[in-house]
Design a protein around this ligand. Sequence first.
Ligand code: 2AM
Length: 171
Amino acid sequence: MSRLFFALWPDEASRSLLAEVAEKLPAGLGKHVPVQKLHLTLVFLGQVDDTVRDGLIEDANAIAVPPFAIEFTHSGWWPRAEVAWLAPDHIPAELPPLVQRLQDLPWARQIEVDRRPYAPHLTVARKVRRRPPALPFQPIRWEIREFCLVESTTGQAGSEYRILRRWALKS
Ligand code: 2AM
């Protein structure tokens, strides 16, 4: 079994820009997500057995969504989840179909996934228990060329992520 999710993983340039914004959070307000772990979750799968994982990887080969860009424009906070995040004002037209296709894969294999409306957000800090100030920043444009399947394990330093597979976006 492994704990899995589909995600978008920032390239180095976008990652540093996103991390720079995260640095603007006042000290003591929570725990920054380490720069190498910044990502945008597409679909969280939870615990999946190895045979199903291999099947999902096979099925994902058929996904054809063209490359697109996301522009992060504002920060926010979810008090119950205790996370501070960055998000786009405008959801690119290609993103909901990609998420939909990725939700359909586990669904077809009787794996329940969150079907609430997808709210794209990139978590920059956890355990944020008080409302952070809005973070001032210039829009960050991230060109998305691939999506990936990631395994999450819990170690002493919190969650560790390992990219199991990447798929290029294609028309
Ligand atoms: P978060 O950033 O909003 O916390 C790996 O844990 C990724 O999957 C994280 O980005 C996290 O989103 C998301 N995630 C973790 N547990 C989840 C759950 N139970 N439901 C939906 N998403 C989850």
